[in-house]
Design a binder for this molecule. Structure first.
Ligand code: APR
Length: 246
């Protein structure tokens, strides 16, 4: 049964000129990075929606920074898994291939993915909370020497340079993602499909005629909308699709 699905996806990919893959935290699960929802998704008793907001940071920057310090620690030792490697190989092989990611762990970058669209920024970039004008800067210190970290320009609080709930996504990333919805095949991989606008791209691609596929270990709100569901771990299923393309 799953074999039929794998053959079908491989056949569609072989004939496609443009392929877009939207990824979420599930793609990094096999690398040991905790997801946001589902098993192990909570940090202490907090949901990501409780902490990843400007209001939460305003209220308690130390708490929000503790959460990010914990995530940076989990990600620091993580290496790309087979799912990242397959997607990176496809990005190098085909010019019409785009990976749009919601992940801030940079594992697609480490795998060597070309033309990656990062919707939510990176855990390893910081910016000035006050907006003093300093450009965002890279900080890969684990652990952070001071918590909360400070802006090197003005000495005020630094914040993670990621997109929080209620904040606008970088316009270049949105434009690139919307353009990539014009494709022949759209794969939604390892995302719970509940956070917008990322969750809207699948329907947009489908309405433009793309063959849509979901790869996930659990059903999501996208499951009923796609042309094909491959139920299982991305780190196992993507290599199996790749084998069929060889
Ligand atoms: N392979 C495929 N899917 C998996 C795997 C795996 N090995 N392990 C878990 N999953 C699935 C889960 O079933 C779940 O549907 O990955 C999904 C992870 O969902 P979330 O934790 O909600 O992650 P994501 O969809 O990326 O979240 C979106 O929410 O808090 C914000 O900004 C954060 O970018 C994030 C956004």
């Amino acid at each position: 049964m799953i074999e039929d699905g794998l053959d079908l996806v491989a056949g569609r990919l072989r004939r496609a000129r443009r392929v877009t893959v939207l990824t979420g935290a599930g793609v990094s699960a096999a690398s040991g990075v905790p997801t946001f929802r589902g098993a192990g998704g909570l940090w202490r008793s907090f949901r990501s929606e409780d902490l990843a907001t400007a209001q939460a940071f305003e209220r308690d920057p130390a708490l929000v920074w503790e959460w990010y310090a914990w995530r940076r620690e989990a990600v620091a030792s993580a290496r790309p898994n087979a799912a990242h490697h397959v997607l990176a190989a496809w990005s190098r092989r085909c010019s019409g291939f785009v990976v749009i990611t919601q992940n801030v762990d940079d594992l697609h970058v480490h795998a060597g993915t070309l033309g990656l669209v990062r919707l939510h920024g990176s855990l390893w970039e910081l910016s000035c909370w006050r907006g003093c004008g300093a450009p965002p800067w890279r900080n890969e210190d684990v652990p952070l020497p001071e918590l909360p970290p400070l802006c090197p320009s003005c000495g005020g609080l630094a914040r993670p340079a990621v997109v929080w709930f209620g904040e606008a996504l970088p316009s270049a990333a949105i434009d690139a993602a919307e353009a990539a919805c014009e494709c022949d095949v759209f794969l939604s991989v390892g995302t719970s499909s509940v956070v917008y606008p990322a969750a809207s791209f699948l329907a947009r691609a489908r309405s433009r005629g793309a063959f849509t596929v979901e790869i996930n270990t659990e059903p999501t709100p996208a499951t009923d909308q796609v042309d094909l569901v491959l139920a299982g771990p991305a780190d196992e299923l993507l290599p199996q699709v790749d084998q069929r393309l060889a």
